[in-house]
Design a binder for this molecule. Structure first.
Ligand code: MG
Length: 385
């Protein structure tokens, strides 16, 4: 295997305005707070070259870093990486880890850098990036890989949230990830209840995913779930209602739907501990895990432990979302050979896709990576450009 040399590294701020402020239980942003990484690789043997983009997406306070930290540390890392070479996946990880330590790279920055390198390598090889993440070799190269994403409804006045559900539903979206966890002054959750009621009234019977961003108590999460059921809505999953593992596990065992850890599922070891505690699912995100390779590794562990999987993002553009779609593809079964085993026994449950944030942006300066038609995302072989 020939060495690959980094012949160009470029970092720049990526601040794309949102259509409307993104408000969750813990914070608010009006534009993306990311850094775009662009790398060029050259195969030392064949002289073939490949270019790749990666997105280091901060979302303070969900991420502990912000855009200026990312820009500073990635600029330092790019100086160190220019001219460096690596061989194989292990070599790539070791190179990034070495530079990450020296430059003080946050996992968010690491994710952007690793994504760019993997996309560049895949382009140089002429294969889709998910091949480098270990996608199954027996899949059908002709069949398109397509998934359905939910669409996020941020915290707002209940009537406005219901209006947003209707607006997105008219565009074909069928699954709504509703941000909850606003706490009333008296410790109640009337604001969340009002939002659920308004959605049920304006858009009867829709499918919801409730994301508390660790802003709810166990009792509030349970009460809101029951309220949604009473109102005739389908709740597919709860995402990180509470901060701690014990209530997440209690909800996991007592509710008939997955309870997905997000904020508390940062590292591989976090996910191992959450699985041991009895939490039923995990949300994979590139910037939490430090890149596609670690996200795929955590996803494989989750699959082995029969955890429910969700694939999410910070507020990311097409660049970050495309990289995550390759992780989803790598974790999804390829073409199944005829077998006497019932398909339901062989196929893992589908991954809950929450890769919608490009729809929330007022501008999309990139092309490719995937094709979007309503909520349907079709992965393209080439990375975004
Ligand atoms: Mg979340």
């Amino acid at each position: 295997m020939a060495a690959l040399r980094i012949i160009d590294v470029d970092v720049e701020p990526l601040s794309i305005p949102l259509r409307e402020p993104f408000v969750i239980a813990t914070g608010r942003i009006d534009a993306t707070r990311a850094v775009l990484v662009r790398v060029r690789l050259q195969d030392e043997l064949t002289q073939r070259r490949g270019t790749g983009l990666g997105e280091a997406a901060a979302l303070p306070p969900v991420t502990s870093c912000d855009q200026p930290d990312l820009l500073r540390t990635l600029t330092a890392a790019s100086t160190a990486l220019l001219g460096a070479s690596f061989t194989g996946l292990r070599g790539l990880r070791d190179l990034i880890d070495g530079v990450a330590g020296d430059a003080g790279l946050h996992l968010v920055a690491r994710a952007g850098l690793e994504s760019a390198l993997l996309f560049a390598w895949a382009q140089l090889l002429g294969v889709p990036m998910h091949r480098l993440l270990g996608s199954q070799p027996n899949d059908d190269p002709v069949r398109a890989f397509q998934v359905e994403t939910d669409i996020t409804i941020p915290i707002a006045a209940p009537a406005h949230m219901a209006q947003l559900v209707c607006r997105w539903r008219a565009l074909g979206f069928r699954i709504f990830k509703v941000k909850v966890g606003r706490n009333d002054d008296d410790g109640g959750c009337e604001g969340d209840v009002d939002a659920i009621d308004a959605i049920a009234s304006d858009a009867p019977g829709v499918r919801l995913r409730l994301d508390g961003n660790a802003g709810q108590s166990e009792a509030q999460a349970r009460a809101l779930f029951l309220r949604a059921l009473e109102q005739g809505l389908t709740v597919e999953l709860l995402e990180q209602p509470t901060p701690d593992a014990a209530p997440l596990a209690a909800l996991s065992t007592s509710l008939p739907i997955p309870v997905i850890a997000d904020e508390s599922a940062g590292t591989y070891n976090d996910v191992v501990a959450l699985a041991a505690a009895g939490v039923s699912g995990v949300n994979l995100k590139l910037v939490k895990h430090g890149g596609p390779l670690e996200a795929a590794r955590i996803g494989r562990f989750a699959r082995r432990r029969h955890l429910a999987l969700m694939a999410g993002a910070m507020v990311e553009t097409r660049v970050g979302l495309a990289a995550m779609l390759h992780v989803v593809r790598a974790l999804s079964p390829g073409r199944q050979r005829p077998s006497r085993t019932p398909a339901a026994d062989r196929a893992p449950s589908p991954i809950a896709i929450d890769l919608d944030t490009a729809f929330l942006l007022a501008d999309d300066p990139f092309v490719g990576g995937y094709h979007a038609h309503g909520p349907w995302l079709t992965l393209l072989a080439d990375g975004p450009a």
